[in-house]
Design a protein around this ligand. Structure first.
Ligand SMILES: Nc1ncnc2c1ncn2[C@@H]1O[C@H](COP(=O)(O)OP(=O)(O)O)[C@@H](O)[C@H]1O
Ligand SMILES: CCCC(=O)OP(=O)(O)O
Length: 355
């Protein structure tokens, strides 16, 4: 079976071709901030991203009709169960016109559905809005605001599957704390394979290479009413220009670590990020009442041994640590679709915004 995998990210568009479980082609197209700035809205990026996919297909020598299915990264749908979903017109319309958060992952299903044009089935696995949170995790502190489960669910689930296999367990038997350490950070408490609590990767948790994470609320209110910023400016300051970017002018941990060799302040900033990550991991160990089979460190920043050590020194006593650097999103999408195509799992049908 052949599966085309599509994953538009904030700075790149990734395209892969899987022949059963084997990746036979992978192409990453980087997008400069200047290129993306020409698109006023997120959906304006559609032609640019679609052209990347068409170029990849031409390079690989395939047509859409050659595939048994397309697997697309899932965007910000209303909260939903983990699993692989059929991408249909209703889902595409929601992602295009109604999704409350304009996240780049919304583009994948839209483009895949248009390219498939009814000839090839399209699926999405573990979208960003997978929600398995326990009731007590939903409280924010005021009734008007409910905490949201918006995370790197796709990568979190696949690294849990990999570690469960290593521990000779089924996913449904694994208790783990997973820290996805990318441009944004999600730290999840996974109980028996389910993400029962996780920081919203845009709004909560540790500061990350380009996001502030949680902030002191009184100071945020003062900033909002200072008259110095528009709403859009503040949103960008918190998501995109926060964290390492705000402190050190780069979202690249490698550059920050280079700076840290000569500059004590840069070292302190990197250590502070590791400290905040460790603190969140500790909190999620408490969520699991200390019954933790594994602490899993994944995402781009887990490539740095130096950074991993800074986190480990705080949390090594809590559980065995597994480091799975990078992300496995393309593989997770392909495998999710293959499980459905091979009849190992039933595809879910999204019930619509109220269903
Ligand atoms: N080899 C590496 N060593 C240290 N940091 C790395 C390495 N590779 C990537 N990173 C860092 O990981 C972060 C991006 O992670 P990644 O998972 O690629 O992000 P995203 O997919 O969210 O854009 C950046 O800060 C980047 O500098
Ligand atoms: C909104 C949660 C998922 C997320 O932050 O993804 P990216 O880091 O890819 O933007």
């Amino acid at each position: 079976m052949k599966v085309l995998v599509i994953n538009p990210g904030s700075t790149s568009t990734k395209v892969a071709i899987y022949e059963n479980e084997r990746c036979i082609f992978l192409e990453t197209y980087e997008h400069s901030p200047e290129e993306l700035a020409k698109c006023e809205t997120l959906m304006d990026q559609e032609p640019l991203r679609r052209n990347c996919i068409l170029s990849a297909l031409e390079k690989a020598g395939f047509k859409i009709e050659d595939f048994d299915a397309i697997a697309a990264r899932g965007g910000i749908l209303p909260p939903l169960e983990s699993g692989t979903y059929v991408v249909d017109e209703r889902m595409v319309n929601y992602l295009k016109h109604e999704s409350p958060v304009k996240h780049v992952s919304n583009l994948a299903c839209v483009i895949a559905y248009e390219l498939a044009n009814g000839k090839v089935p399209v699926y999405t696995t573990d979208p960003v809005s997978v929600d398995e949170m326990v009731p007590e995790a939903r409280f924010s502190g005021i009734p008007e605001i409910e905490r949201k489960s918006l995370s790197h669910a796709l990568n979190i689930k696949i690294v849990c599957r990999k570690v469960a296999t290593e521990l000779s367990k089924a996913l449904e038997e694994l208790n783990a704390v997973v820290a996805h350490l990318g441009g944004g950070i999600s730290i999840a408490a996974v109980e028996k394979g389910k993400i029962i609590d996780v920081n919203n990767a845009n709004d909560e948790g540790p500061f990350s290479p380009e996001r502030t994470g949680e902030l002191p609320v009184g100071d945020v209110v003062r900033m909002c009413f200072s008259g110095k910023y528009t709403k859009d400016e503040l949103k960008k300051k918190f998501v995109g220009r926060g964290g390492l970017v705000a402190y050190l002018g780069t979202n690249d941990l490698r550059k920050a670590l280079e700076m840290a060799k000569k500059d004590r302040n840069a070292l302190l900033v990197v250590k502070a990020m590791a400290y905040q990550i460790a603190k969140e991991i500790g909190g999620m160990c408490a969520v699991l009442k200390g019954k933790v089979d594994a602490i899993i460190l994944t995402g781009g920043m887990a490539h740095s041994n130096e950074f991993v050590e800074m986190i480990k020194e705080h949390v090594y006593k809590f559980a065995p640590i597994f480091v799975l650097p990078g992300e496995f999103e393309m593989e997770a999408l392909a495998l999710g679709t293959l499980r459905v195509m091979k009849g190992e799992e039933k595809a879910k049908i999204w019930g619509g915004p109220n269903g």
